[in-house]
Write a protein that binds this ligand. Structure first.
Ligand code: ZN
Length: 305
């Protein structure tokens, strides 16, 4: 049994408005096949298809205001209602109360304690690692979960050895923006196959991208369309390669943002969760909000939480 969690920061279910919502115009037939042929929008209902269940997901968790990344990601990683525990939505980086909650227990820690193999497969360049080591930069809630479990955050070495996948999938950023010569570059199809290959190496694999939230904050609209159309091609390759009996693939987000272009802030919209695999019904049973991700993954991997 292998589980892959694909985390897209800041994508919500917004209005069917072609002027402000990239999800209303993007050409993403593979993603739509996971939601019964419908676009990922506000009124798209919970939908079960042969391979997947599409689950509109509450990211507000009973707390008013705009959901934020640190508390939302912490809810995903712990299965606890972290915004309620700290009395607010908080982000982007975790404050001390959120770090305490994460350090006390999270998905990565529970898996390691139960002798399961787990990794966050995104590579981070040396300046990132140096800034974390010097305390100049706080790890995100997802990164903090990995570190608190005694697991490494991957480096450029993992990337060169093709054991990691860049958050843009293609890795163009490593050569074009970070200046790494001869770093691997993948097209979307290759990236999808690579993601499945890496997933098969261990019990739990997580892929996380912040590009989607960045586009939500800064735009432009066209980048949102382009990035999700690339993800669609990645997922086409993933689904072509993946046998549903192998385990579960889950796609989710921490809060809305990209689906409301023109408003640079996060939205209070629900977020999409998709679960793919033979045991999808077990995962989706009773699923309504972000706190249900971790329990569902632990059930799938037969770990007592
Ligand atoms: Zn954000």
């Amino acid at each position: 049994m292998h589980v892959l969690l694909i985390f897209l920061d800041g994508i919500g279910l917004g209005d069917n408005d072609t002027a402000i919502n990239p999800f209303a115009v993007m050409d993403t037939s593979t993603l739509h096949s996971l939601s019964g042929g419908k676009r990922w929008l506000r009124n798209t209902p919970r939908t079960e298809t042969d391979r997947a269940i599409f689950l509109p997901t509450d990211a507000s968790l009973g707390i008013s205001g705009r959901p934020q990344s640190a508390s939302g990601q912490a809810a995903i990683m712990t299965g606890l209602n972290v915004p309620q525990m700290i009395g607010e939505h908080y982000g982007p980086r975790p404050n001390a109360p959120i770090r305490d909650i994460l350090n006390n227990g999270n998905l990565f820690k529970t898996l390691v304690a139960n002798n399961k193999t787990a990794a966050l497969i995104n590579p981070f360049p040396p300046p990132f690692h140096a800034a974390i080591a010097r305390g100049k930069r706080l790890p995100s809630s997802i990164q903090q979960s990995v570190l608190s479990a005694g697991l490494p955050l991957f480096t450029e070495k993992h990337y060169y050895e093709r054991q990691a996948l860049s958050p843009d999938w293609t890795g163009e950023g490593w050569t074009r923006f970070l200046g790494y010569e001869n770093a691997p570059v993948y097209n979307a199809e290759e990236a999808g196959k690579k993601m499945v290959e890496l997933t098969r190496q261990r019990d739990f694999t997580m892929f996380s991208t912040w590009f989607t939230d960045e586009i939500g904050h800064r735009g432009p609209f066209e980048s949102g369309v382009m990035f999700m159309e690339r993800f669609d091609k990645v997922m086409e390759a993933v689904l072509g390669e993946w046998d549903d009996d192998e385990g579960l693939i889950i796609i989710t987000s921490d809060h809305g943002n990209m689906e409301v272009q023109g408003d640079r802030r996060h939205s209070e919209n629900q977020v999409p969760t998709v679960v793919i695999g033979s045991r999808k019904d077990e995962f989706a049973d009773g699923f309504t909000d972000l706190t249900h991700i971790t329990p569902g993954i632990l059930r799938a991997l037969d770990v007592q939480s």
